[in-house]
Design a protein around this ligand. Structure first.
Ligand SMILES: Cc1ncc(COP(=O)(O)O)c(C=O)c1O
Length: 370
C-alpha cells in the first residue's frame, strides 16, 4: 500500500465548483474583495466569535499585516520561537524589527512561555507565538507577561483553525490572530489565502487598509497609510466558503485518525514522543512524533510505501537567512532536539482505516526490529 504525505486527490470532488468559480469571478470585474470575501469574513467572525475578520492573500501576509497593524516597526524586537516555519522571523525582519528567538517545550515543540520573560528588553514590542502541528502554545502565561510588560500578542494560528483553548477559539487568544489557507492546511484552499481576526477595532481597521494599499474601502485612490497588495480574490473566497461549511467534519475526521495513532502507538512508551493526547479543541493538521532514530524510521516507512515529512529540519537561527539574528545568549537545546527528532506522519480526512492502520503498523514494525 502506498500512502502519500500530501494526498493528490484533495480537490477531486470540488472540480465543478472550482471551474464555475474561476469563470464567474475570474472573468468579471468582481474578482476580489466582493461578496464571497465578505461572506468568508462573516463566517470567520461567527466561527471564532471575533469582532472583526479580514481576509488576505496568504498566511504570511496575515502575519505581516497583523504585526504592522499592531504597531511593530523599525527598531522593535519581537519574541518568536526558534523552532518554527520561517514567516515568524522573516515578516518581523520585513518590518525593520528584530526577531528574538526563544526555546520550545519538549512535548509540544511550541513556544515555552517560561523562556519569554528573560528575553524582554526595553525594545520588545510584541510576542509572536505560533501554534504548530496539533499543539497550541500555552497562552495564559503569555497574556500575563504581555500585560505586565505592555506588549502586544500576535497569535499565529495559521495551522490551528478550529482549535480552542479554555473555550476560546485559536486566533482570539492574543490581541490579533492569523490563519492560512495554503492548499494542504486543514482548510486548504485551491491556492493561497489567509485571514486575520481581532477584537480590537483599531487593529482591524488598520489591517483592512494595509491589505489594500492603505485605502479605506470607501474611496479609491485615497491612500491613508502605506500598505500592500494582500487582497483575497473571489475564486478563493468562494471555494473557502464551501470548505468552511464542512470544516467541523474535516476536524472530526482528522481527530479520529489522530486518536487511533495515539492509542496504538502508546505501547512504545518512551521510545517515541507522541503529541500530548487530547482531541477536544485541537486541529490535527499534522500528527508529529519525536524519535531519536528519526531518519532510520523515516527510511523504513518509505520502504513500506509510507511517506512522511520533516517540519522543520533546522531551527531558524541556524538557517543562513536568519544567522545574523542568532544571539549567543540563545538557549535553544529543546528546539535543536525537536528539529533532529520530529517526524510528521500522514494524516488527512479521507484516509481509510486500512491506511491509518498501515501507518501505525509501520512505526511499530520499525521498533520491533531496532
Ligand atoms: C505557523 C505558520 N505560520 C505562517 C505560515 C504561512 O502561511 P502561508 O503559507 O499561507 O503563507 C505557515 C505556513 O505553513 C505556518 O505553518
Amino acid at each position: 500500500m502506498t500512502i502519500p504525505f500530501f494526498p493528490p486527490d484533495l480537490f477531486e470532488a470540488d472540480r465543478p465548483l472550482i471551474h464555475d468559480l474561476v469563470f464567474e469571478a475570474g472573468t468579471t470585474n468582481r474578482f476580489m474583495l466582493k461578496d464571497h470575501v465578505a461572506a468568508l469574513e462573516d463566517g470567520f467572525r461567527r466561527a471564532t466569535g471575533a469582532a472583526d475578520a479580514i481576509a488576505v492573500s496568504s498566511g504570511t501576509f496575515a502575519v505581516l499585516v497583523a504585526l504592522k497593524a499592531a504597531g511593530v516597526g523599525p527598531g522593535d524586537e519581537v519574541i518568536v520561537q526558534a523552532y518554527c516555519c520561517q514567516p515568524v522571523a522573516s515578516q518581523v525582519i520585513a518590518l525593520g524589527a528584530t526577531p528574538v528567538f526563544v526555546d520550545v517545550t519538549a512535548d509540544t515543540m511550541v513556544m515555552d512561555p517560561a523562556r519569554v520573560e528573560e528575553r524582554i528588553t526595553p525594545r520588545t514590542r510584541a510576542i509572536l507565538p505560533a501554534h504548530l502541528f496539533s499543539c497550541l502554545v500555552d497562552m495564559a502565561p503569555l497574556r500575563d507577561i504581555a500585560r505586565r510588560h505592555g506588549l502586544v500578542i500576535v497569535e499565529d494560528a495559521c495551522v490551528q483553525q478550529g482549535a480552542t483553548q479554555d473555550g476560546v477559539a485559536a486566533g482570539r487568544l492574543g490581541d490579533v490572530g492569523t490563519f492560512s489557507f495554503f492548499q494542504v492546511k486543514a482548510m486548504g484552499g485551491c491556492g493561497e489565502g489567509g485571514m486575520i481576526v481581532t477584537d480590537d477595532p483599531e487593529i482591524g481597521r488598520r489591517c483592512r487598509m494595509l491589505r489594500n494599499h492603505g485605502q479605506d474601502g470607501a474611496t479609491r485612490f485615497l491612500h491613508h497609510i502605506i500598505g500592500f497588495n494582500s487582497r483575497m480574490d473571489e475564486i478563493m473566497a468562494g471555494f473557502l466558503n464551501h470548505r468552511l461549511a464542512r470544516f467541523d467534519d474535516i476536524l472530526r475526521s482528522r481527530a479520529r485518525i489522530a486518536a487511533s495513532y495515539t492509542e496504538r502507538l502508546s505501547v512504545l512508551g518512551n521510545r517515541i514522543t507522541l503529541p500530548p493526547p487530547g482531541v477536544e479543541g485541537r486541529c490535527y493538521y499534522i500528527y508529529a512524533v519525536q524519535s531519536p532514530d528519526r531518519d532510520a524510521l523515516r527510511a523504513f516507512l518509505l520502504d513500506r510505501g509510507i511517506a512522511t515529512h520533516i517540519y522543520y529540519p533546522r531551527i531558524l537561527p541556524h538557517q543562513r537567512a536568519f544567522a545574523a539574528y542568532a544571539d549567543p545568549r540563545d538557549r535553544l537545546d529543546t528546539a535543536i532536539r525537536a528539529a533532529r527528532q520530529n517526524l510528521a506522519l500522514p494524516i488527512y480526512p479521507h484516509m481509510t482505516d486500512a491506511q491509518a492502520d498501515a501507518v501505525v503498523d509501520g512505526v511499530l514494525a520499525f521498533h520491533t526490529r531496532h
